[in-house]
Design a protein around this ligand. Sequence first.
Ligand SMILES: NC(=O)c1ccc[n+]([C@@H]2O[C@H](COP(=O)([O-])OP(=O)(O)OC[C@H]3O[C@@H](n4cnc5c(N)ncnc54)[C@H](OP(=O)(O)O)[C@@H]3O)[C@@H](O)[C@H]2O)c1
Length: 278
Amino acid sequence: MKTVQLPDGERVPALGQGTWRMGEKKKAHADEVAALRLGTDLGMTLMDTAEMYGEGGAEKVVADAIAGQRDRVFVVTKVYPHNASRTELPKACERSLKRLRIDAIDLYLLHWRGDVPLVETVEAFENLRSEEKIRRWGVSNFDVEDMEELLATENGSSCATNQVLYNLEHRETEFDLLPWSQRNKIPIMAYSPVGHGRGLLNNATLKKIAKRHNAMPTQIALAWVLRQSGVIAIPKASNKAHVRENAQSTHLELTKGDLTEIDRTFPPPKSNQRLAML
Ligand SMILES: NC(=O)c1ccc[n+]([C@@H]2O[C@H](COP(=O)([O-])OP(=O)(O)OC[C@H]3O[C@@H](n4cnc5c(N)ncnc54)[C@H](OP(=O)(O)O)[C@@H]3O)[C@@H](O)[C@H]2O)c1
C-alpha cells in the first residue's frame, strides 16, 4: 500500500476508510463492522470518523472494527466546532475516547471552522497532546486563508492534515490549496472521493476509461485522487464488494491519455474558487 508521510514523520496508508452514515441503524451494525475489518485486512488501515456521525454511533462501529487490532489501525476522529473551546474540547475528546474504547486518538480534527478562536482550539489540542489523549491534531474544510491564519497562530504549524472535499467533480483545491499544502508538507485528506455515492460513478467518460483498464469507475475515481503526492483518500463503503474494489484501486496507474480525457470531462479550475464542502 502506498503511504503518505505526516509532518511528524508517521506514515499512513494513502487509502483509508470513511464512516459517515455508519452507526445510524442498529441492524446495519454487524455489516458495517465487517466491512471496516475487511478493509483493514486489505491494507486500508486508516479509519476516519467523527462525533457527528450517527451522533457518536459511527465511533462505536469503529470501536468494534478495531477491537483486538488497535495497533494496526490509525484512528481519525473529529470534533464539532461548537465543542472546540478550552472547556469543551477535553470533554468531547473524553466522550470520543470512551465510544472508541481507546486510550488515545491518532489524529483529532476540527470538523470545520466555527466561532471559537483558532488560538484557543490549538491550545486545547496541544494540551490534549501533552496529556497523551491525542497523538496529533489537524483541521477540516480549511481553505488557504484559514491555513495561513492557522500557521501564524502559536503552535499552529503542528497541524498534521487538512481534510477537504476532493473528487473529480470538485477540483477547487487544485488551484491553490493543494499546491499550498504540498509546499507546506501538510497532507490533504480527500473526503467524498467517489462523489458521496451520487451520480459521479455513472459518468460515461469514467465508465469508458474503466473498461479500458478492466476496472470499475470507482477505481478510476480513486486512482485519480491518489495520483498526487501528499493526498490521502477515505472512501466510505459498507458493502464488502465495494470495499474489495476500493482496495484494488491502489494498483491502478492512469495513463497520460486517461488524464487528458478526464480533464476534458471534469475541467481543472482556471481561477481561485471557494472551497466547497458537504
Ligand atoms: N470532513 C468533512 O466535512 C467530511 C465530509 C464528508 C465526508 N467525510 C469523510 O469522508 C468519508 C468519505 O466520504 P463520503 O462518505 O461522503 O463519500 P464517498 O466515500 O465518496 O461515497 C460513499 C458512497 O459511495 C458508495 N461506494 C463506495 N465504494 C463504492 C464502490 N466501489 N462502488 C460503488 N459505490 C461505492 C458507498 O456505498 P456503500 O456504503 O453501500 O458501500 C456510499 O454510498 C466519509 O465517510 C467521512 O468519513 C468528511
